[in-house]
Design a binder for this molecule. Structure first.
Ligand code: MG
Length: 250
């Protein structure tokens, strides 16, 4: 079921989204060679708690941390660990959210640890740009397929792979709500976009083949070919005046 949000609900979701965006920013600033992913997770946890909010990934479906932190060929759902030390040249995807006053925010970005390769840089730039191309299509009268196709077309034209198995989603009182927001699809197809819909758009893009595998930890998703992956995400609201990014730093 897709819920259309009232103006009051949108303001509550915005509050959760701003905290989510700020937590992602402080976590991203901490990405440096020599730092463990556990330390990054702790920084995000402390920031969210200090705002009087809750980390909404923590314990969701049994996930043990505040942030999913996925390095290089890890696409999503990496589990923070004291043993996982970030190295020079790594790309580090951080996905996290906060819940406050009963509503959720969700966002992700890929950060560079020191100097990264030109290819890694291009993958991150294309993935981030595809997110904004998807957001541009989030207008009343369009359909989910317009968002999906914008992301897919741009990433594939750049020679990259588009993950099919995981998608964006509605955001509200629950972190994951309807509708599903895939990163591949056909323009003009799927759910019609209406004012008051709040959705997370989140391209997960691979440098090589789009095939993935899950590790034995039951969480981490990696590329099968061992090539890099990037992940960017915003929670947005669709309004009659166009899309508005809610996960923006206040
Ligand atoms: Mg999400």
């Amino acid at each position: 079921m897709i819920t259309l949000r009232t103006a009051r609900e949108i303001e509550l979701i915005r509050k959760a989204c701003i905290i989510s965006a700020e937590a992602l920013q402080v976590a991203g600033e901490a990405v440096k060679p020599g730092v463990s992913t556990w330390e990054i997770d702790k920084i995000a946890y402390d920031y969210i708690r200090k705002q009087g909010a809750e980390p909404n990934f923590l314990h969701l479906y049994g996930f043990p941390a505040t942030a999913c932190i996925s390095i290089n060929d890890e696409v999503i759902h990496g589990i923070p660990s004291k043993k996982r030390i970030i190295k020079e040249g790594d790309i580090v995807s951080i996905d996290l959210g906060a819940k406050v006053d009963g509503y959720n925010g969700d966002n992700a970005a890929t950060f560079a640890a020191g100097e990264i390769s030109e290819e890694a840089k291009r993958l991150c730039e294309v993935t981030e740009k595809s997110l904004y191309l998807g957001i541009e299509q989030a207008i009343v009268g369009n359909r989910i397929g317009d968002i999906a196709s914008a992301v897919q077309t741009y990433c594939e034209a750049n020679g990259f792979g588009v993950i099919r198995e995981y998608t964006g989603h509605g955001v509200g009182a629950k972190l994951h709500e309807d509708p599903s927001v895939p990163n591949f699809g056909t323009p003009g197809r799927g759910v019609r976009l209406l004012p008051g819909m709040v959705i997370a758009i989140e391209p997960m893009i691979t440098q090589g083949d789009r095939a993935i595998k899950q590790l034995s930890d039951g969480w981490t998703v990696k590329t099968k070919d061992g090539k890099l992956a990037a992940h960017y995400e915003h929670t947005i609201v669709i309004t009659k005046d166009g899309p508005q990014i809610l996960t923006a730093v206040g």
